[in-house]
Design a protein around this ligand. Structure first.
Ligand code: ZN
Length: 134
């Protein structure tokens, strides 16, 4: 079980509108979706770069995980998401190999995809996400 590609890179921003205009006006990318994900307390904006997406994340709550991330580490790269055929199997596989998980089972993420996070303590400081259709 290995990732097929980098599905997206999540970037924590303080101001979604300002970040969107950078990606649009400087890089010439089109923002094709803005979506609020309530249980993660974020508003997201998506851009496509080839097969990979950029996912901008603005916290909708002071206490949300992205707000806390920015407080601790400042805005910037928040997580890397790998495209997996089967997120549940990929999470099980990682657990069997001793990796600490944030999500023991897949849950629903942006764009109707199944997602699951691995703990950065187990992944060399990078928050990693598995992401896929099932
Ligand atoms: Zn993500």
């Amino acid at each position: 079980m290995k990732p097929t590609h980098i599905e997206h890179i999540g970037i924590a921003v303080e101001d979604l509108e300002m970040a969107i205009s950078y990606y649009r006006d400087v890089l010439g990318l089109e923002c094709y979706a803005v979506e609020e994900i309530e249980d993660q307390k974020v508003k997201t904006a998506f851009f496509k770069v080839g097969d990979t997406k950029i996912e901008l994340l603005e916290s909708t709550d002071r206490e949300g995980p992205v707000a806390r991330f920015i407080e601790k580490r400042g805005p910037g790269v928040h997580h890397i998401a790998f495209a997996m055929e089967n997120v549940g199997e990929a999470l099980n596989n990682a657990r069997e190999k001793g990796i600490r998980l944030i999500d023991s089972q897949p849950r629903k993420g942006a764009e109707g995809l199944q997602i699951g996070f691995l703990h950065p303590k187990s992944t060399f400081g990078v928050l990693m996400e598995f992401c896929g259709k099932k």
